[in-house]
Design a protein around this ligand. Structure first.
Ligand SMILES: NC(=O)c1ccc[n+]([C@@H]2O[C@H](COP(=O)([O-])OP(=O)(O)OC[C@H]3O[C@@H](n4cnc5c(N)ncnc54)[C@H](O)[C@@H]3O)[C@@H](O)[C@H]2O)c1
Length: 340
């Protein structure tokens, strides 16, 4: 297999490449990544000598064409994305550019070069929020933020390219993912780097939102299973059954670090109406292909806490970056005040 992985300098993509290289050393991996704010070469340092790296945008039609041709790519997995909901509330044009238009470029290129498979990595957030029960792959798409809407746009383009051109495309929709190498802006890594820096953490409201958590290794193995065993034209949910309220997750982090609730500052929910109350997915379609998640939530979270404690040299340069500080100021400045 000659595999192009886009967006592998980020969180899930880098963990996916690690898994592929461990699982099947005969796979030849090329990574295309624009190294946007959440993409770092340091995230790929351990496997960089074993892959080919090309820096560039997935919307760059000429470059994508050149990479597919030059490296005789047979399979493509797309992780490249603007991935943070909160940022999409500040400015969402780059979300549509990458998450929707970028997918269109990849689909056209896959068709032109006759790829055996293209797998597009998507999210449970395209379904919107669910009060009871779980989403299946047949549930309607009701995205509530510009981020999730831009992802849904990509998903629908995938569907249309299968129906119209029989491009062998598969879509996976993953749940909230946690684990090592997670850029410190989303709940778990953001809270970890703040707590390890002796700072308080901002909890939105009472932290009652429910998320279904999956360890990044399980998310990556779900994508690998779908790529190898999935049917073209199909969508596969990649979820685990770990539903937790955000405040439960925060309590767990505090207890692991021996801290108490004085480290939590409850702030008015900046997402307001855009904050989905609950996500939950049925993943039996992927399980029917033989996939099973293997990391229990508390064990996985304990390992993740340890990873952030042991890998300050990875996250410290990121949080000292001016653009990172600017985002934290823009989003939390008013609510965190002196705690910023
Ligand atoms: N993190 C989660 O909890 C989660 C859950 C479900 C699905 N997903 C999806 O998984 C995918 C990966 O998410 P992540 O958390 O690893 O994101 P991330 O932000 O950590 O990584 C995104 C990567 O894409 C690169 N990138 C961004 N725009 C690009 C462009 N135009 N061209 C080329 N590269 C570009 C970035 O440089 C970065 O390396 C996304 O599609 C996301 O929607 C994430």
């Amino acid at each position: 297999m000659k595999l192009l992985v886009t967006g592998a300098a980020g969180f899930i993509g880098s963990n996916f490449v690690r898994l592929v290289l461990d699982t099947d050393p005969t796979v030849q991996v090329t990574v295309l990544d624009a190294l946007r704010y959440s993409g770092n070469l340091s995230t790929m340092a351990d496997f960089l000598p074993r892959i080919r790296f090309v820096r560039g945008e997935i919307q760059d039609r000429g470059l994508v064409d050149q990479v597919l041709r030059e490296y005789h790519v047979t399979h493509l997995v797309n992780f490249a994305a603007e991935s943070h909901n909160d940022r999409s509330l500040l400015d969402n044009s780059s979300f549509v550019q990458t998450n929707t238009l970028g997918v269109q470029v990849l689909l056209e290129a896959a068709r032109k070069h006759g790829l055996e498979r293209i797998l597009h990595v998507s999210t449970d957030e395209v379904y919107g929020s669910i009060a009871d029960g779980e989403f299946t792959e047949e549930s309607p798409l009701k995205p509530n933020t510009p981020y999730s809407a831009s992802k849904a746009g990509g998903d629908l383009l995938c569907r249309s390219h299968w129906v119209s051109f029989q491009t062998p495309v598969i879509v996976t929709r993953g749940g909230n993912t946690y684990g090592p190498y997670h850029y410190p802006e989303k709940l778990i890594p953001f809270f970890m780097v703040r707590l390890l820096s002796g700072k308080r953490v901002p909890l939105y409201g009472e932290g009652l939102q429910v998320r279904e958590w999956i360890h990044v290794k399980d998310h990556a193995s779900g994508i690998w299973t779908a790529l190898n065993k999935g049917e073209p034209g199909q969508v596969y949910n990649v979820g685990d059954v770990n539903e937790r309220q955000n405040r439960e997750v925060v309590d767990f982090l505090l207890s692991q670090l021996g801290l108490d609730s004085t480290y939590v500052k409850k702030i008015p929910d900046p997402r307001q109406g855009a904050h989905d109350a609950r996500y939950s997915m049925n993943a039996s379609k992927l399980q029917a292909l033989g996939w099973r998640p293997s990391t229990g939530f508390e064990d996985g979270l304990e390992d993740t806490v340890k990873w952030y404690c042991d890998n300050e040299e990875w996250w410290r340069p990121i949080v000292q970056n001016e653009s990172y500080k600017a985002f934290v100021r823009a989003f939390y400045g008013r609510s965190l005040g002196d705690d910023l």
